[in-house]
Design a protein around this ligand. Structure first.
Ligand code: CA
Ligand code: CA
Length: 271
C-alpha cells in the first residue's frame, strides 16, 4: 500500500513537472508566428491571434515535408512570396527583436540578388526596417562582413539603406538541400546585432544603433513586394518574430513546438 501511495505521488510529481515544462514555453513576446501547418487555403494563419495572416502569392505553395510538419515552397519566380500587409503590430517593433525561420535552399545564392528569407522591406524607398537573406555577395567588414552565399540579418533604425542599415553575416555557408535554423536578433540595451545558426551564435556586430525604424511596407517571406530581385528558392518553415532579443541560452529554433498563451492565441490551451 505504502508503495502504491509512493508511486502515485511520484507520478503526480512527474505530471506537475511536465505541466511546468510546457508552461515554460509560454511567451507573450511572440508577435507573429506562422507554423505553416495544416493549412490549405491561400492564407498562412498568424497563430499568435494577432491577425497578421500572410497571403501566398505567385508560385508560393504549401509543402507537407517541412522541418516541422507543413512548410511553404518558393521557386524564385518574380512575384512569388508570402505577404503580410503593413500593420500596427509589426510597426510596434522599434527596439529589440528576434526573427527566425527554418530554411532549406534549392540553389547556392548569388548572381541574382540577396535572396530574401523574410523582412519588412520592399523596393520603393523608404524601404527596409528588417531583412534576413542569403547573401549574393561579400559585404565589406565595415558593412558587417556577410559572405557570398552566407546567411545575413539586417536592421535599419531609419528605414532606409543609404548608409543607415546594418548587416551581420553568418560564418556558416548553407549547403543546398539542408535545413538550417536561422535567427537574427537586435538587443536594444546593447546595440548588438547577432545571427544564430541552429541555435548557436554564428556572427555578431556592435552596430551602436539600438532602434528599428518603421515603414509602410509589407512583411514578406520568400521574396519581396517591390518586384525587386530578391527571390528565394527553397522551403521556409516556422517563421517567428519576437519583440525581444532571445539569448543564446534560450536556444533559438529548439523551442518548438511553441505553445503561445497570449490572450488572442489560436493555440491557447494546447499545452
Ligand atoms: Ca511547419
Ligand atoms: Ca507602417
Amino acid at each position: 500500500m505504502a508503495m502504491r501511495v509512493l508511486l502515485s505521488s511520484f507520478l503526480l510529481v512527474c505530471f506537475i513537472f511536465v505541466l511546468a515544462l510546457n508552461a515554460g514555453a509560454f511567451d507573450e513576446s511572440v508577435i507573429l508566428y506562422l507554423s505553416f501547418d495544416g493549412q490549405n487555403a491561400k492564407k498562412a494563419i498568424d497563430q499568435t491571434g494577432n491577425g497578421n495572416d500572410g497571403i501566398l502569392k505567385g508560385n508560393a505553395k504549401w509543402a507537407k515535408n517541412g522541418k516541422v510538419n507543413g512548410a511553404v515552397s518558393f521557386d524564385r519566380s518574380a512575384g512569388t512570396r508570402i505577404e503580410i500587409l503593413d500593420n500596427k503590430v509589426l510597426d510596434s517593433l522599434t527596439k529589440s527583436t528576434t526573427m527566425e525561420a527554418w530554411v532549406k535552399t534549392n540553389v547556392a545564392a548569388g548572381g541574382f540578388g540577396d535572396d530574401q528569407i523574410l523582412g519588412k522591406y520592399a523596393n520603393p524607398k523608404p524601404n527596409e526596417t528588417t531583412i534576413m537573406f542569403i547573401s549574393a555577395r561579400d559585404y565589406a567588414a565595415g558593412q558587417g562582413g556577410a559572405k557570398a552565399n552566407g546567411f545575413a540579418f539586417e536592421t535599419s533604425p531609419t528605414s532606409g539603406w543609404d548608409g543607415s542599415s546594418y548587416v551581420v553575416g553568418s560564418k556558416t555557408l548553407p549547403k543546398v538541400g539542408q535545413w538550417y535554423h536561422v535567427a537574427g536578433t537586435l538587443d536594444h540595451k546593447t546595440g548588438i546585432i547577432k545571427i544564430y545558426i541552429d541555435g548557436k551564435l554564428d556572427g555578431k556586430r556592435d552596430i551602436k544603433a539600438n532602434k528599428i525604424g518603421t515603414n509602410d511596407q509589407p512583411f514578406c517571406i520568400g521574396g519581396n513586394a517591390g518586384n525587386f530581385n530578391r527571390w528565394f528558392d527553397g522551403m521556409i518553415d516556422e517563421v517567428i518574430v519576437y519583440n525581444r532579443a532571445l539569448t543564446e541560452a534560450e536556444k533559438t529554433g529548439l523551442r518548438l513546438p511553441l505553445y503561445i498563451f497570449s490572450a488572442n492565441s489560436t493555440l491557447k490551451g494546447l499545452a
